[in-house]
Design a protein around this ligand. Structure first.
Ligand SMILES: [Zn+2]
Length: 297
């Protein structure tokens, strides 16, 4: 195994073709939080062990509320991932963020309410820092690589994560703009929170596929034409995101071992008394906490 294990969580249309080209093996993983969205594709690319996971599963059957976020992050962690790059389709809340661009987000407003957003919901308590929900170091790697790919890559953006699966009302869309948000999507949370709890660097490449409903459609555009436009933007952004990720893998392979604060995120966050944590909680969360609460240290 290389010193780098990179997890890549693909939103719609990202990852599969890439993994197949790299001759990936399918790895079936089970976790204390159930099965992940699907088999993980493992391939060695440019000296980096890559783990590809399709967030919505084979055939895109899992909606944003039912994606097994905890199982996905736990599975990547248990296979050795130390950093994760995620992609996800979004709607744009800003005129200047055009459909087809890429956005390396830096902030999130979490409006989800039907998802378990922590590994530490029973038997142990942890409060991780989240003022910067994405890894600044990994964002920097993405932005540097972004200078080499065709298309526009925005540095920073606030992502509103809504429950869905319906899209926003116009009043909500205008409200999100008034909050200063730039993108609306349905999947970055709790993924980013769980990655922090799992002490992995995590960064998101958002793919705006259309403008959210704050912006009226051009008069006379029918629904068929709109859908074709969205799909075309999706393909353009997916192509750019794939090129970006390929470049990042090369850069990560060339960079050598990395140290990052993300890898010690639990150091000051575990508030439970080690002597009172029950064995079943330790067994369930061992992959995440054994270096802090394991026996004999
Ligand atoms: Zn990091």
């Amino acid at each position: 195994m290389s010193e780098h294990v990179l997890g890549i969580i693909g939103g719609t249309g990202i990852g599969e073709g890439f993994a197949q080209r790299a001759g990936a093996e399918r790895v079936e993983v089970d976790t204390p939080f159930g099965k992940p969205s699907g088999a993980i594709l493992r391939a060695r690319v440019e000296g980096v062990d890559c783990l590809f996971l399709s967030r919505h599963g084979e055939g895109h059957l899992l909606n944003p509320s039912t994606v097994p976020y905890r199982a996905n992050i736990y599975a990547l962690k248990s296979l050795g991932a130390t950093q994760v790059i995620a992609t996800g389709a979004t709607g744009s809340l800003r005129e200047e963020v055009s459909p087809g661009d890429l956005v390396v987000c830096d902030q999130v407003i979490d409006k989800t309410h039907q998802r378990v957003s922590t590994f530490f919901d029973e038997g142990m308590v942890a409060h991780v820092e989240l003022s910067e929900p994405f890894c600044g170091r990994l964002r920097g790697v993405l932005l540097a690589a972004g200078k080499t790919v065709d298309g526009r890559v925005h540095d920073g953006g606030t992502y509103v994560c809504m429950e869905g699966p319906q899209f926003s009302t116009r009043a909500e869309s205008l409200l999100h703009r008034s909050w200063g948000a730039d993108l609306i999507g349905m999947t970055v949370m709790p993924e980013a929170k769980l990655a922090r709890e799992a002490e992995m660097c995590y960064a998101l490449v958002a793919l705006p596929t259309d403008y959210d409903c704050w912006r009226p459609h051009d008069a006379g555009t029918d629904r068929g034409a709109l859908l074709r436009e969205i799909m075309s933007n999706m393909r353009r952004a997916s192509g750019a995101a794939t090129a970006l990720i390929e470049r990042v893998i090369r850069d990560i392979g060339a960079a050598g071992a990395v140290q990052c604060d993300c890898h010690d995120a639990l150091e000051l966050a575990l508030w439970s008394n080690k002597d009172l944590v029950k064995p079943e909680a330790m067994e369930k969360l061992g992959v995440l906490v054994s270096r802090y609460l394991g026996n004999g240290d």
